[in-house]
Design a protein around this ligand. Structure first.
Ligand SMILES: [Zn+2]
Length: 474
């Protein structure tokens, strides 16, 4: 792995992606809980990274690599070269052109850093920063630099900025060069090549260990778990012998893998039942989602209201006066007044994760939907007797009946909606969309996804044959 990959990794730290990354980690930790593999897994990851980095520094550039001959070429190539390589080549160019020698330097942005501080560290005159910031709209990106970003600057011995290169993200980079005395800024796109790859695995104890064994990165595992998370609980539903096949993209820049891309199609066989998903981009809005082979969304819908109510007796608030407890407390749900015994419906497909009494809430049922969402139903009179903790429920299914158990002034349903464990207002929360492929795009859907399903067929057949062989040999 060269600097490119490291830079890419640092560009992933950009703030708009941080929440996402954190969410994924939370999910990963949650999913690992009970398996006890968090520590083992983290260790393996860091060891692998370290060894890769060690190899990098030791590996010299291959001799046949074309050597940049002009300053322009060199500047453009400047991120694919190690710093000493870059300096050595700059020296050759400067000497050949009888120019004063200039020096490339690399700076890793620290927390609280800005360009002014960075220039000071680089020994570049402060006026140069003004000149740089006036060199065009393209340089505005430098106002928002992030810790661990890499910036390379070329300056002469008088402290004059000659060139600057900044990787904006894994798709584009900023290049500033001094041309005939003036700084010119341009944004270039990296050439990203997308390759397809696949992996299969059989589960022995957990999806994560099986996926690791098949060489799948954590990002792909998490994506796989997200896609099937509405249908399969990856902690509780997993059985020994469950298996998966995943077709996914790998992104390459300058011939080197920089990251995994999207999952294109996947199959998961859980307890003998096969689930399949494919990625499809709606040509109208350009949104990509995962669908079943017949075009249904892998994400499941939610009912906005889980009960036929007469009125909303209390809304979601951060602070309200509690009529029975006589004190101010927040109300983290919605109260729907309804006749005692009115059926309460599950807001979405999911699984019962709690059934029982919970203090002032009285009789409560909690349903988990996919990996992110859960809904809570309180003050119940009775439950649907067929449901136990672990039971699967479908959207609209009667799960209980309205009552006034616990601290309630009258019969009503207290309903809570949680996303990643935190309360959201059920009346306003943005519910996941789960529209099927629009009928006018079904032909396009079938045309574009059939090669992926054909490949999936082939891969799962190969896996089956391989598994059968192993069992014969044993
Ligand atoms: Zn309430």
């Amino acid at each position: 792995m060269s600097l490119i990959s490291k830079d890419f990794r640092s560009s992933q730290q950009h703030s708009h992606q941080k929440g996402y990354v954190r969410l994924r980690w939370t999910l990963l930790v949650i999913t690992f809980a009970g398996i006890g593999a968090v520590v083992a897994n983290t260790n393996t990851g860091s060891v692998q990274n370290n060894s890769e980095l060690t190899v990098d520094t030791a590996t010299a550039l291959p001799a046949f690599e074309p050597v940049a001959t002009t300053a322009d070429d060199l500047a453009r190539e400047s991120f694919s070269l190690s710093l000493p390589e870059l300096q050595a080549r700059q020296k050759i160019i400067d000497q050949a052109n009888n120019l004063n020698s200039k020096k490339w330097r690399e700076f890793i942005v620290k927390p609280g850093d800005n360009l002014a501080r960075l220039f000071k560290r680089a020994g570049i005159k402060p006026q140069q920063l003004d000149e740089l910031m006036k060199s065009g709209d393209e340089v505005k990106t430098l106002r928002r630099i992030f810790p661990k970003d890499t910036i390379r600057v070329l300056s002469d011995d008088k402290g004059q900025l000659q060139a600057l290169r900044y990787d904006i993200d894994h798709k584009s980079y900023l290049m500033v060069e001094r041309e005939q005395g003036a700084l010119i800024a341009k944004t270039y796109n990296h050439e990203i090549e997308t390759r397809h790859t696949h992996a299969s695995g059989v589960i022995d104890s957990s999806l994560f260990l099986a996926a690791q064994k098949s060489g799948i990165s954590q990002n792909v595992i998490m994506e796989l778990a997200n896609i099937f998370g509405w249908d399969i609980d990856f902690v509780l539903d997993i059985r020994k012998g469950d298996r998966f096949t995943v077709l996914y993209e790998e992104l390459y820049r300058d011939g080197e893998k920089i990251s995994d891309g999207n999952i294109l199609a996947a199959e998961f066989i859980n307890n003998g039942k096969a689930y399949r998903a494919v990625r499809y981009t709606n040509p109208q809005n350009n949104r990509s989602e995962y669908f079943t082979p017949d075009g249904k969304s892998m994400r499941k819908a939610f009912l906005r209201t889980p009960v036929n109510f007469t009125r909303i007796s209390s809304r979601f608030t951060v602070n309200r006066y509690h009529p029975i407890l006589h004190k101010f407390r927040s109300h983290k749900g919605v109260d729907y007044a309804a006749k005692r015994g009115t059926p309460v419906h599950s807001a979405g497909d999911g699984k019962v994760i709690f059934k029982g009494k919970k203090g002032g809430y009285g009789k409560v049922m909690i349903i988990q939907h996919g990996s992110k969402y859960s809904t809570l139903y309180a003050h119940l009179k009775t439950y649907n007797r067929k449901l136990k903790v672990g039971s699967k429920v479908t959207q609209g299914q009667t799960i209980a009946y309205v009552g006034s158990s616990g601290l309630a002034t009258g019969p009503h349903l207290h309903y809570e909606f949680r996303v990643n464990g935190s309360h959201r207002n059920p009346l306003t929360v943005k519910l996941p969309v789960s529209n099927p492929v629009p009928s006018r795009y079904m032909a396009d859907f079938e045309l574009s996804t059939s090669p992926l399903f054909a490949q999936l067929d082939l891969l799962t057949r190969t896996q089956q044959v391989a598994l059968a062989d192993t069992s014969i040999n044993q």
